[in-house]
Design a protein around this ligand. Structure first.
Ligand SMILES: [Mg+2]
Length: 160
């Protein structure tokens, strides 16, 4: 059987959704009766299209998930996770500015999961570089999270 991660961690901005929550959109957000989510100015906001399938795939395999974001728009980021219905998938959240090394140390403390058992997706090579030094398997996300990258990540973890 393939070696699986004990925790899969996602960055938020430009990994799960195609914007910076602290600059490109204007919280608070609202969900209309047709399910569309808009910011304060009526600008529609969406996840990358394959994100729900990615989270559903991991959920079906029983693999817990976490979010690690350096945004200073903590309220807006949490609101989007709630409105997009992602809180039922994401068990641990570390959302605050600063080095992602702190985010991962806290994730490991909170969950009791060793860093070497984690798989991480992020769009910034700086974060990939910092976090991989902790022993986490890291995958760069060039154009948003999708199923192909998820498989790439799971394969990289199995080889690690
Ligand atoms: Mg990002």
């Amino acid at each position: 059987m393939c070696k699986r991660p004990s925790l899969v961690v996602f960055d938020l901005d430009y990994t799960l959704w195609p914007f910076w929550v602290n600059t490109h959109v204007d919280p608070p957000f609202q969900k209309s009766s047709n399910g569309a989510i808009r910011d304060r100015n009526g600008q529609p906001v969406n996840l990358y299209p394959e994100v729900p399938s990615v989270l559903e795939t991991l959920h079906a395999e029983g693999i817990p998930m976490a979010a690690a974001s350096q945004t200073d728009e903590v309220y807006g980021a949490n609101q989007l996770l709630e409105l997009f219905g992602l809180n039922c998938y994401i068990r641990y959240k570390e959302i605050y500015p600063g080095s992602k090394v702190t985010h991962f140390q806290r994730l490991s403390q909170q969950s009791g999961i060793p860093l070497s058992q984690m798989l991480f997706f992020d769009d910034e090579s700086r974060n990939i570089c910092d976090v991989s030094k902790l022993g986490v398997t890291c995958i760069l996300v060039p154009n948003g999270m999708n199923l192909s990258l998820l498989n790439q990540g799971l394969e990289a973890f199995a080889r690690s």
